[in-house]
Structures are given as structure tokens and as C-alpha cells.
Design a protein around this ligand. Sequence first.
Ligand code: SF4
Length: 256
Amino acid sequence: MLIAPIITSRIEESGPGVRMSQALSCPRQIAYSASAFPITNRPNARRMRTLAHGTAIHGFLRAEIAAGLWQGVEPVDVPTRDEDEVELTYETQGTIITGHPDGVVDVTQGGEIHRAVLEVKSTNGFGFRMRKAEGPSPEHVAQGSMYARQLGLEWVFVVYYNKDQDNVMCFLEALDTDLVLRAMNGWRDALDAAQQMEGGKLEWDDDRLPDRAYQPDNKGTLPWQCGYCRYVSGCWEGAELIGSEDKPKYRSVEHR
Ligand code: SF4
């Protein structure tokens, strides 16, 4: 009785609004979340557990780093309580984009010390192997680079936590200005569309909205990213659930 409302309120807090964690994500999703477009698909219990698990893992990893337990990583400012997190903001199109870096650390690499923004992400084994093969995802480097720019730092320290194996993998990346610009351009287009939607100049399914980042496959099945999108039934009107409630997967009606 007590826990469910707390978890729900956390999910609601991460509801409509514009956040730096959306850097390089689906532009249409950003437009929906920045406008008054209603959430059509609330997170299910499994999704809420995943989010709660990620929050808990963040807490553990940050506490380890703050305690100086990671070799070659010295804490400079690593908050271990959510209320101590620093809020950073960007403004574009009259809208404030907010975000909370996971901390600032000094990372020793190649005999040199680099002061970097700490960005912690948790993932499953498959995602972890992908990051091992391909390096950190551009979305995460973009988000960390935005924080670094605001803090006057030049480095981003991305930590991936493997939920299947409980191990971590770290990448020290230089601030990537190109990714920051790409993210800002995406926000600009999405926020412009959101303002037009709110002003009644654009309908929620208007072709002039920013492109969807994803498309159905040749059977009409939408990718997993859409399955976890809180606007999927509005974006793909009448999309039908073909996976379980626990592992949502949708099919676009045009492909029935
Ligand atoms: S359903 Fe998919 S394409 Fe549509 S807004 Fe969400 S993530 Fe983007």
C-alpha cells in the first residue's frame, strides 16, 4: 500500500516535460512530451520495476564511487542522495530543458587526470555486449556532453552496469560538440512542433510533425523502443498489443 504510490509518483515525476536524458531520442516523442498531448500508454508494472531497479543501482554505484572504492576514479562531487543532485538547464524555443548529472569525478587514464562528468546507465546483458562492441551510445555521450558544457568540463565518464552479470564497463570520452548540436537541433524542431500543436496549428498526427525515429517492420511490428513509449497508441493510432502486458510489443493497424 505504501510502496506503490511512491514508485508511481517517481514515474509521474519523469512524465511530461523536456529533459536532457531525451538527447537524440525520437523527435516525435519529444514533441508529444513537450506539448499537452496526453500520455496514451502508462508504464506497466514491469517497466516500473525496471525504472526502480535502475534508480537503486545508480544509488549503489554512486555510493561506491563517492567512498573512493573505484581504482583510478576519484570523487570530486558525487551526490548519493537525489536531493543533493545539481539541476542543470538549457533554454531553447522558450522552453527549459533540465537534467541532473550523476556527479563529477577525476579519472586517471594514460598517466593523466581528467575531470569528467559522471554518467551512469544500467542495461541488460545484450545491451552491455553491444556497448562493448560499439562503444558508448551517442545518446549517452550527448547527454553527458551537455552536462560537461554547462559545467565547463571537457570529459564525460560513461559507466554501464550489466544487470545480468553485475559488472561494469567504463568509457572516458571527450566532450562531443557535434552531438550536442545534433541534440539541440532535434529539440528545436520538436519544441517548435509542440508549440504549434498547442496553438492548434498542428494536429497530433500531422505529417509536418518531426519524423518518427522508428518504423514498423514488414509485418507491421513496431520496434521495442515504441513498445515502451508512453505515446505509442497515439503515435500509431489504434496500434494493437501483440506482446504480453509484461513485455509490450505493438503492431501498427495499417499492416493488419
Ligand atoms: S511510438 Fe515510437 S515513433 Fe512514435 S513517438 Fe513513440 S518512440 Fe517515437
